[in-house]
Design a protein. Structure first.
Length: 137
């Protein structure tokens, strides 16, 4: 039995909207959508991203919980490496979307996300705005 890719299904809706509005978008580990960390190690710059004149609009989709896709931006935005500033050149607006099967799915991850975002917000000020959302199919 083939595993259902919930993140891909959710991502298709954003791709559809971007295409409909003639927006240039980036997704996955494709060229232009990675943030180099060290050597050959990269972070993905969102599951889906649109760069506007003012912001990087980033969507992170989760079907298995976790906070890595929030914390990686803290790591990158506090880094003093000038090459990162060329990639993350504008404030980030992050939509972090978690798929839930039930109300308590990944509740510990969501509570940890809220805690970490509180710390990040005070540390990063105007460099990032983040909001988490949940959805059920």
């Amino acid at each position: 039995m083939e595993r259902q890719n919930y993140e891909k299904e959710a991502l298709e809706k954003f791709v559809f909207i971007a295409k409909k509005n003639n927006c240039l978008y980036y997704f996955g580990q494709k060229t232009g959508n990675t943030i180099p960390i060290k050597g050959l190690v990269n972070f993905q710059f969102g599951d889906f991203r649109i760069d506007t004149n003012e912001n990087h609009l980033v969507i992170e989709l989760e079907s298995a919980g976790g906070v890595t896709n929030l914390v990686k931006y803290w790591y990158c935005l506090e880094d003093k490496d000038i090459s990162l500033k060329k990639i993350i050149s504008k404030p980030i607006i992050l939509f972090h979307i978690f798929r839930q099967v039930s109300e308590n799915d990944y509740l510990s991850h969501l509570l940890l996300w809220d805690f970490l975002w509180g710390k990040m917000k005070s540390s990063l000020a105007s460099k990032i705005i983040a909001k988490r959302y949940t959805y059920r199919k």
